[in-house]
Design a protein around this ligand. Sequence first.
Ligand code: UFG
Length: 321
Amino acid sequence: MILVSGGAGYVGSHCVKQLLQRGYEVMVFDNLSEGRREAVLTERFVQADLLDREALNRAFAEYSIDAVMHFAGLIKVGESVDDPQVYYQNNVVGTLNLLQTMHKHGVDRMIFSSSAAVYGDPAVIPIPESHPKRPKNPYGKTKWMVEQLLEDYAHAYGLRSISLRYFNAAGCDPAGELGENHHPETHLIPIVLDAALGRRECITIFGTDYDTPDGTCLRDYIHVNDLAEAHILTLEALKKGCASSAYNLGIGRGYSVREVIDVCRQVTGREIPLEEGKRRPGDPPQLIADPTCIQKDLGWQPRFTELDEIVSTAWEWRSKA
Ligand code: UFG
């Protein structure tokens, strides 16, 4: 049985679906602070918080857990700057509680949702895993702290883990069952699609004076199902006994904010009013992955390699939500 923390959230719920499709037994542990009950596709569900050690203990006692996929965590960069203690409490202390419970119950494999935010401002593009880790905000610091915790757990207790450093997760379940639903929404593609649907007046481009080809930031958008596929390959690798490590997860190609808006116009066939605004503090001009390690080691290949395919799946879900 795989315990999926945060399995009611955006990436977690998509991974649960793929695990179930591959015949894995899955239980979801989620406090529903961000996730949605209807996105939990397994009957085995515990609504509880990682800060509740009793609840964690009970879940591990009740289910026979083989490995953990750990998605639960707070993800808003700006909020983490304004209220860091909540981020350290949830993302670091919560993960430590989870690791302690795993250790106590003899569960020794974890896949951790890390982030490109561990790198901070990139010194080279594309970014390899060996790039210095200089996270610029508490959110990125919590992700890097957990990666370091995991390294120590591997040395001391033999708890093996793989950290997956997501670049920009995007798109939705092509079958339309699951989607991206953050409150409030801060991510570019859903916001642009809301502007196309008339749910927002316009999209504001955060900065048009970057040192990039069209002056707007470049990001590496990876389809959520390709992320899910990487989690399954990682789970299988850990089962076969591979050592702890960390991998980038992006497709290795950057799209500018203007390009994303243009692709959204093509896919939706709608007007998308835009305004040019100021830079958002803390945004690096470019974040593009070098994904060759996971491709070489685990044979991972993204299926969604074009942004219009990714946006189409997001549009399919959002226009009906
Ligand atoms: N953007 C706009 N207007 C908006 C929203 C976003 O111009 O209304 C721009 C941002 O400035 C950025 C790009 O669109 O240049 C993408 O922004 P997102 O907020 O969608 O994503 P980020 O790249 O900021 O963040 C993502 C993850 C974070 C993670 C970060 C670094 O969502 O969790 O990558 O890994 F921390």
